[in-house]
Ligand binder design. Sequence first.
Ligand SMILES: Cc1cc2nc3c(=O)[nH]c(=O)nc-3n(C[C@H](O)[C@H](O)[C@H](O)COP(=O)(O)OP(=O)(O)OC[C@H]3O[C@@H](n4cnc5c(N)ncnc54)[C@H](O)[C@@H]3O)c2cc1C
Length: 428
Amino acid sequence: MSAHDADVLIVGAGPAGATLSAYLSDLGVSCLSIDKSRFPREKVCGDGLTPRATREIQQLGLAHDSRDGWIRNHGLRLVVGRRSLELPWPELSEYPSYGLVRSRAQFDAALVTHARARGAEIREGVSCVGIVRHPLTGRALGARVRSVDASGRKVGSEETVSARLVIAADGVGSMTAKSFGIHPNPKRPIGVAVRTYFESPRSDDPWLESWLELWDGKPGASQLLPGYGWIFGGGDGTCNVGLGILNSSKQFGSLDYRALLRAWCRAMPAEWQFDEHHQRGKVLGAALPMGFSRKPHYRNSLALLGDAGGLVNPFNGEGIAYAMQSARVAAPIIAEALKAPNVIGLDRAMQAYPQALSQDLGGYYNLGRVFVKLIGNPRVMSLATRAGISVPALMKVIVKLLANLTDSEHGAVEDRVINALSRWTPSA
Ligand SMILES: Cc1cc2nc3c(=O)[nH]c(=O)nc-3n(C[C@H](O)[C@H](O)[C@H](O)COP(=O)(O)OP(=O)(O)OC[C@H]3O[C@@H](n4cnc5c(N)ncnc54)[C@H](O)[C@@H]3O)c2cc1C
């Protein structure tokens, strides 16, 4: 690719990057997005979208018709031991009452197409290999980029793209943030999740199913793990089946997650077909960076969005809604900041971005950190799941808390309690 100057260089065109490029194009900001992949591309994910993500999709104006392969869900089916409970998504004025499932290959490709239709320039097969920094101030001045072929091999020579602002929207590994010296905080929660697909008669299930009991499988003394397994019907003849575990358990780091998934699937009814004959694709996994695990979200002309900023919800492992939210919040702030005549003004205006994230999510994520610690204790996890499943009214409130689905104004009593708890917990 040829050298290109843009006001904003966005590294990564997943949910965070593609959403930002769409919003910035609407605002008339000159921006260039690059992604090392070519769309559609596989992305390790559960493919589940709660009403929170659906609201972002609606706000962005992305069509999600069932004729185009989107499958709607009514709510969560929670499974604890032999008991199960179906909880419809709450009726709220600020959120739709349905969620969606769409494979990430198709979802991310649709996002990129949508952003382009709004004028965004997105170059595929272009990898960021490092940030260009001012030799004295360390400020981000752009990025060194290189084309990659379909198998990810670097081709051609390295080039430089200069920009006034660089956006790290390159996911959990974020080489952009790393090369800028912003690393994950090891004290923040992190999860590991693995998933695969099976051809299954459960593919059209209109509920997102979560199994709240995952056992480590140690002979004689099996312990409950902090996490859950999921079965999300894709509506295309397949189910996305996976599990995620938090780092607050003793076993974290020493578990064989793939073996755990295989063992869990083996225990399922045979007619669901979660067996190797019906498996479609490999078991793949990745980390879930939670609760603002990478900060600051803005420094010296570099802003962190989505997984690059550790924005996954520690309560439920959801990341797409927050990646899109960070883009929606950042876009007008970026457009305003670019009007500044110098870098001091730019920095001052860009501070509104981390402040907005902290205000919107900081308290809630701090609550999430307490939650992650508590459920790391198998006894607490067992008590919470067993007791909770027996009291549907309580579980309804818990689902609101876990999925961060409350009305901010004129909400039900439980909404006000959850919001107050989030407000009172000091933001990090
Ligand atoms: C197993 C698993 C299951 C999950 N299930 C769910 C779920 O059901 N629902 C949910 O909401 N969340 C889920 N998540 C979390 C969700 O996948 C992420 O939070 C979400 O993808 C974050 O979006 P993002 O745009 O920040 O990053 P990504 O989606 O990771 O996008 C980053 C993009 O940057 C590109 N990129 C990376 N490095 C470079 C580089 N050097 N140069 C150029 N481009 C680069 C990548 O190709 C990619 O396209 C799951 C995660 C895992 C691991």
